[in-house]
Design a protein around this ligand. Structure first.
Ligand SMILES: Nc1ncnc2c1ncn2[C@@H]1O[C@H](COP(=O)(O)OP(=O)(O)OP(=O)(O)O)[C@@H](O)[C@H]1O
Ligand SMILES: [Mg+2]
Length: 436
């Protein structure tokens, strides 16, 4: 899209499922990217450049706070009072899952109160608008008119047109741009933005999937930039979605050609958090977890922060258990609510992979962590389906059949061919990334 208006700054907002942020650059010096200034603290054990995507509205539906401030203020509310406030987190995922999304679609806050989804998004965008403009003005030597700012909002590649239009309308409502100048706002796809970032990297900053030799852990031509003809794959594993894109830099203009694209549905890392919650429901009962969330919101937030920090230390080869400290109010509330100790609940649940430590911690064995990650990982991994004919007569049922599968990375697709080694017959094979 082109515009006659001379934009002097471009501000891009990355509206994430779990965390969000923005960056900007002046059109006179587009290569200098200014990342969002951190204006508030972070969580113990969790490094973050972005702010949590959390919004708090007052009982009168007015904006109260966003990010850590929203979460901490909600946290500090008296539980009785909290029932009247509206707290939203991880709300971006709902936009993808609602099939008949309209400007009237409502979102439910943790307290159960409802408000139009577009208002929730507009509040968040307005917050970013104010912060970004303030920062841009601080960095700018001349007086900046608001119509000199071009805004970009990134959205997941899986979002369909109504969801993209929804984001645009939310931006109008937030006053980012006026509906009369729609070209002042670009809705960009997250994997494309990620890809443009990656092509600016140096070769040694990417993992080389080709068979070229690696010297001392770095690519032999470690300092070179991406060049015409180079192909690279970007896998953006977010909180809500996973996108996989293969791009090639075209000659001679240096533009990007898309060779392959697979867009993930809701297969992001939030799936691991949901699996943890399901595990707690299994051990302590879904009723208890529901009422704990409603009655002790601060403690629930603490537990989520504790899990987030430990989740990031999990790794496939890890041999020792991970400790998650249960807030005192969890232990206490469980005792009052269910008349038994959490230790007894754990024992009765027969969950051998989760243990109780006398220091008030849940000990998740490597098997337990594995179980939490596996459903999400299974969704991300590609699957090859083989259409196997009956085994030749006389083959014992227990014998393994050797099938040789070859993958070919072509210009616009990944092809897989498979051959049954015993009979030398080809087998029908289909490949599927991120869409099962
Ligand atoms: N080291 C790690 N190990 C496991 N999970 C991690 C790690 N680091 C971050 N995560 C998870 O990644 C998610 C955040 O990723 P990111 O900030 O890219 O998502 P997002 O931009 O908010 O989501 P999306 O782009 O899907 O809307 C969180 O769920 C977080 O728990
Ligand atoms: Mg993201």
């Amino acid at each position: 899209m082109t515009s006659a208006r001379p934009f002097s700054v471009v501000v891009a907002i990355d509206f994430g499922t779990t965390s969000s942020g923005y960056a900007f650059s002046f059109t006179q010096d587009p290569e200098t990217i200014h990342m969002m200034r951190r204006w508030e603290g972070g969580d113990p054990g969790v490094a973050n450049q972005k702010s949590p995507t959390c919004l708090l509205l007052t009982p009168e539906l007015r904006f109260h706070s966003f990010g850590f401030a929203a979460r901490d203020s909600y946290h500090d509310l008296d539980p009785e009072e909290a029932r009247h406030w509206l707290y939203f987190d991880k709300f971006k995922m709902k936009i993808h899952s609602i099939s008949d999304l309209t400007m009237e679609t409502e979102l439910e806050a943790v307290s159960g109160r409802r408000v139009r989804a577009i208002e929730v998004f507009a509040h968040a965008l307005r917050f970013f608008r104010e912060h970004a403009l303030k920062e841009v003005k601080d960095q700018s030597s001349s007086v900046l008119q608001e119509n000199e700012v071009r805004w970009v909002i990134t959205v997941p590649a899986v979002w369909r047109q109504p969801a993209k239009q929804f984001m645009r309308e939310a931006a109008y409502l937030a006053g980012l741009v006026s509906p009369e100048s729609p070209d002042q706002l670009l809705i960009a796809l997250e994997p494309e933005a990620a890809s443009i970032y990656c092509r600016k990297l140096r070769m040694h900053q990417v993992i080389d999937l080709s068979a070229r030799p690696i010297a001392n852990g770095t690519d032999v031509d470690g300092s070179r930039l991406f060049d015409s003809g180079d192909r690279y794959m970007v896998v953006d594993c977010g909180g809500g979605t996973v996108d996989l894109t293969v791009h090639q830099i075209e000659q001679p203009q240096g533009t990007l050609k898309e060779l392959y694209k697979a867009s993930g549905g809701p297969y992001g890392a939030v799936g691991v958090d949901l699996a943890f919650e399901a595990m707690l429901c299994h051990i302590f009962g879904a009723d208890f977890i529901e009422s704990f969330k409603a009655k002790r919101p601060a403690a629930w937030v603490d537990l989520s922060i504790a899990f987030e920090a430990r989740k990031r230390t999990a790794a496939p080869g890890r041999a020792n258990a991970i400790n998650i400290s249960l807030p005192f109010s969890f232990i206490d509330f469980y005792k009052r609510h269910c008349g038994q100790s959490v230790e007894t609940a754990l024992r009765r649940s027969n969950m051998n992979i989760v243990k109780w430590s006398s220091q008030g911690m849940l000990r998740l064995t490597p098997e337990a962590m594995n179980e939490l990650f596996q459903p999400t990982i299974n969704n991300i991994c590609g699957a090859i389906t083989l259409d196997l004919p009956e085994a030749p007569v006389g083959t014992p049922a227990t014998e393994r059949r050797e099938i040789r599968a070859t993958m070919q990375f072509g210009d616009t697709e990944i092809k897989v061919t498979a051959v049954d080694v015993a009979t030398n017959r080809s087998v029908r094979a289909a490949i599927d990334f991120l869409s099962n």
